[in-house]
Design a protein around this ligand. Structure first.
Ligand code: SIN
Length: 292
């Protein structure tokens, strides 16, 4: 089906659900499908139970949430992440000295690559991939360096019923071998092996109970139990489908902004369109469960 023309109305008929009002925080949606900017919160200070409950709800309802003008020390960033669970240590990426959970995000004019340039869900090659990632950008280029986020609930919903049935029960291999050599410019030596895991192609979110498409270009290598050519064709279709802009929002960073995304239902892609300028920050990542 063409993405641009059809005779049955829009490709995705998504109704932004009515939600209970917020009173400890403000929530301004970026699109009806995904993304919201949160106000009235200082992440460097202890958050009350009510504010925390509303942040949890805002993440569940919007999939990725953004905070502006935050001034957190590295310890405060780690402490904010720990409010959501134990912290994840990246199997390959560089981290801040003495802080293995504080992943460095940095690209400048001499970088051979930048983080997250292709669509992916963070570290989906882990047997228990991270639940969420909290990226704090401290240095922005004068223009560019946006991050795109896509709802995998919307991608699942927009599949045909026949495709949903086909994928039900199918699993796929996610492989971290792509990390090999990727961080050599930071002086990181390769490990002997990188994580590899088998996950359902459709997962059910443990909090919302909604189904999400769970294959991504960054890590998924093949669907199990079908021929290689069939797997290649189906994955190619699913990647193209998942990258439809209808399912996306685009975040324009300013210095001291924070994005918190839910890897269980979101893919993201960082734009490296700002060369020769620099973009830097830190990511704290929260551990997750085995996808089901
Ligand atoms: C990543 O965590 O994949 C990087 C995202 C970004 O730099 O915007």
């Amino acid at each position: 089906m063409s993405l641009f023309r059809g005779n049955n109305g829009p490709r995705i008929k998504h109704l932004a659900e009515e939600t209970a009002p917020y009173d400890a925080i403000t929530v301004e949606k970026l699109t009806p499908v995904i993304g919201a900017e949160i106000g009235g919160v200082d992440l460097s200070r202890p958050l009350g139970n009510h504010a925390m409950e509303e942040i949890h709800r805002a993440l569940a309802e919007n999939l990725v949430i953004f905070f502006r003008d935050q001034h957190m020390s590295p310890d405060q960033h780690l402490a904010f992440g720990r409010l959501f669970g134990d912290l994840h240590i990246h199997p390959a990426a560089p981290s801040a000295p003495q802080m293995p959970e504080m992943m460095i995000i940095h690209a400048d004019k001499d970088s051979p690559r930048a983080n997250g340039e292709g669509w992916h869900s963070d570290v989906s090659c882990d047997a228990e991939p991270p639940m969420g990632s909290i990226l704090y950008i401290k240095t922005c280029p004068p223009l560019g360096g946006d991050t795109l986020f896509a709802s995998m609930y919307a991608a699942y919903e927009a599949l045909s019923d026949r495709m949903k049935q086909y994928l039900a029960g199918l699993t796929a291999i996610h492989d971290g071998e792509g990390y090999r050599g990727q961080y050599a410019n930071f002086g990181i030596q390769d490990k002997e092996t990188y994580p590899r895991a088998e996950h359902p192609t459709i997962r059910t979110h443990p909090v919302t109970g909604k189904k999400a498409l769970y294959v991504n270009r960054g890590f998924t290598r093949r669907i199990v139990g079908i021929s290689a050519d069939e797997s290649d064709g189906i994955l190619r279709y699913l990647y193209d489908h998942a990258e439809n802009p209808l399912f996306q929002c685009r975040f324009r960073w300013r210095e001291n902004s924070v994005a918190f995304w839910d890897n269980r239902c979101v893919q993201h892609r960082a734009m490296w369109d700002y060369w020769p300028h620099a973009r830097s920050g830190f990511r704290v990542t929260v551990k997750g469960d085995r996808p089901v």
